[in-house]
Ligand binder design. Sequence first.
Ligand code: BGC
Length: 450
Amino acid sequence: MSSVFPRGFLWGCATSAYQIEGSPLADGAGPSIWQRFAHTPGMMADGATGDVACDHYRRFKDDVALMKRLGMQAYRFSLAWSRILPEGTGRVNQAGLDFYSRLIDECLANGIEPIATLYHWDMPAALDDRGGWLNRDSAQWFADYARVAFEDFDGRVTKWLTINEPWVIADRGYLLGTIAPGHRNLYEAPIVSHNLMRAHGAAVQAYRETGQHQIGIAVNIEPQYPASNQPDDVEATRRAAAYMNEQYMDPAMLGRYPPELKTIFNDAWVDWPDEDFELIKQPLDFVGINYYSRTVVRHDEDQCPLKTAAVKQSQATYTEVDWEVFPRGLLDTLTWVKARYGNIPIYITENGAAFFDPPAAEDGRVRDPLRTAYLQAHLKAVRQAIKAGIDVRGYMVWSLLDNLEWSLGFSKRFGIVHVNFDTLERTPKDSARYYSEVISSHGAVLDAPL
Ligand code: BGC
């Protein structure tokens, strides 16, 4: 069975800048919307900020050495736009570029392939002052920033991701307000989604001018299943799938939005000009899929705007962030991507779970059997997908380190490496040891009982 993982299948891990780096204003960086959000009283659990986070900005060499010890073949990280362009446009901050340059070199020196995400939710605050993602110019701002990154790094970075999880940015950042910039406005959400997709398209277009390697987007896909076969639950499930998944994949891959969105958003919906879709639908080299969980959906008239509610599964395991553990959903997701969009190469750019771990390691160990079981089950789902002929080329576990889980602060641990947030000491959890064996056996160990 293990031979099912193709040669060259890439095993790695993922992080993002604001969640781990710390020192957000160091060396001439400008503030980002997360800097502002985290420093606004009441927005973050326990008043957490990214001021120190995992201190990766200063400890990156140790972290790369740790990845090497674990056998990682790839490291997906994000570039903080506001380190590179403190005002978001115009002036380039060389010291910001230098940081990522050193990180990339360190990865390469240790045989780890760097995979760079251009945007993982941390827009420069100066651009938010100009309307942020609500401003149509944001596509151009993003493409100009991307060009700076491509110019400096494309010789060494061979896989790029434009935007991480546009759905989370629009839904959580502009509709529900639980992440930066913390807006709560139904009318803004579809505009933001559209500008994010235009920005994605503009960056891919810019990449084709000079880029020598590969570029894609990272979308979070959460498959939706009806709670019953009643027509209103089935229709509710359609709406949920259109909203969460197709809203981003359809324009990127098919050049249109799913028709359900117009019904969902009603008078908040905008009919965009055709040329926007020409910009958005750029040929991609691969697509990045972030998978965590599924939703079981029922109709609920009182929920705006979707009119859907999630149905909790009494027999299932839920993670610390209340997401159902549902490995088959990963296989279903990969099957759906191929069926709807064709056999495009896929990287799993995130997959992982928050389970409780103690604040400090005991005897140099952190026992996390639930996380290990989660990884094993999801990797088996990836293997099944490959066996079924789906072109999955790599898997990045979320996350290398326990980190700032956005507005939940440091209270939820997704890492395979434990971080003691008093001392910043790193301890590979049992799940990291397991993943290390998965990598060294190229998946063979998945068949052994845990
Ligand atoms: C994001 C990560 C986040 C993780 C767990 C993804 O939505 O890309 O930044 O930490 O899920 O919530």
